[in-house]
Write a protein that binds this ligand. Structure first.
Ligand code: AKB
Length: 320
């Protein structure tokens, strides 16, 4: 049985990871930590208010719950990081270093740290980018994610700490509305469509980015966490993605269900971030080493998102 600490537990990935862990590992203790705890948060888990920059509180939490595994999800995402690079450095780099140090000193068995397609920068061929392609990001988010990968490898080599990571593409989910990234337009577009509203997209209609549905992202995290350490040829930087699409392709797929849906395009500063990222990813290492295999294709994801969002909306309407 494990005692699993999640940092940033009530963000986009954490919210759904809590549910997935409760389903597949019902006997493990889940300690969900974040800087704020939502009022309607989930029963059956331990909830801790924790700023990951506060090393002493982190140490006390790890020691109090005898934590055996950490999913370190607390992170300032790309768009917010460009607005406040100093905060992003502090949370994404300083706090990650502190977390690895504390995990090592407190004998935590394993740490999983998601990375991102943001590790790549301009100057590479942007299609089917593999895990081994050089990472020279120009954004603070990208710099911090490359640093997290390097630190994870260092703590593994130097101290034998079991640290692992995947590079996530844009993630699509209906549980939480993400607001701080560059790929978030996709979730926003779904919500506007289901609510019968017009959507103004902050990226150009032809901006291709790699993406994945949340159930596949969680599967990837859980598979990597439990994979045989001997088989990991690349600990911290497994590229994973299910498909790529552009805003105009997503809008037309949504129109198959909601014909009148209207989208206009007003690219803002997030376009510059997206233009430095891969258009598509090669997930070959993850497929080979630990059997990454996303279940949802683009059309299945679109259909499921609309069904789920409609049902949540119906529930919310009935409740009010
Ligand atoms: C973001 O857009 O910042 C994130 C990411 C791709 O890491 N979704």
């Amino acid at each position: 049985m494990e005692n699993i600490l999640i940092t940033g537990a009530f963000g986009q990935v954490g919210t759904d990871l809590i549910t997935a862990l409760k389903d597949i590992k019902p006997h493990d203790t889940i300690i969900a930590s974040d800087i704020r705890i939502p009022q309607d948060s989930k029963p059956g888990i331990e909830q801790v208010i924790l700023d990951v920059r506060d090393q002493e509180s982190l140490r006390k939490t790890i020691s109090r719950y005898n934590v055996t595994r950490i999913y370190h999800l607390a992170s300032i995402l790309s768009a917010s990081a460009e607005k406040d690079p100093f905060l992003a450095y502090d949370v994404n780099i300083n706090a990650t270093f502190g977390l690895l140090k504390t995990a090592y000193k407190e004998h935590v068995a394993s740490v999983i740290i998601p990375s991102s397609i943001a590790v790549y920068g301009p100057g590479i061929s942007r299609d089917m980018v593999g895990s081994g392609v050089p990472t020279v990001p120009q954004t603070m988010y990208g710099i911090s994610k490359v640093t997290g990968e390097l630190l994870g490898n260092y703590f593994n080599r130097k101290f034998g700490l079991d640290v692992r990571g995947v590079r996530f593409p844009g993630l699509i989910s209906y549980g939480t509305v993400p607001t701080a990234g560059t790929t978030d337009y996709a979730v926003e577009m779904f919500i506007s469509a289901v609510e019968g509203k017009h959507y103004s997209c902050y990226l150009r209609p032809d901006t291709f980015l790699p993406m994945m549905y949340m159930p596949d992202a969680l599967n990837a995290l859980l598979k990597l966490s439990d994979a045989d350490s001997e088989k990991l040829t690349n600990r911290m930087s497994y590229n994973v993605s299910a498909y790529s699409f552009s805003p105009e392709q997503l809008a037309s797929a949504i129109r198959r269900y909601i014909p009148g849906f209207e989208v206009s395009y007003r690219p803002d500063e997030r376009q510059i971030i997206a233009d430095g990222w891969p258009r598509s990813l090669d997930s070959a290492d993850a497929i080979k080493d630990w059997g990454f295999s996303p279940e949802y294709g683009f059309n299945e994801m679109v259909s499921d998102m609309i069904t789920k969002l409609r049902s949540i909306r119906g529930r919310n309407k009935n409740a009010s």
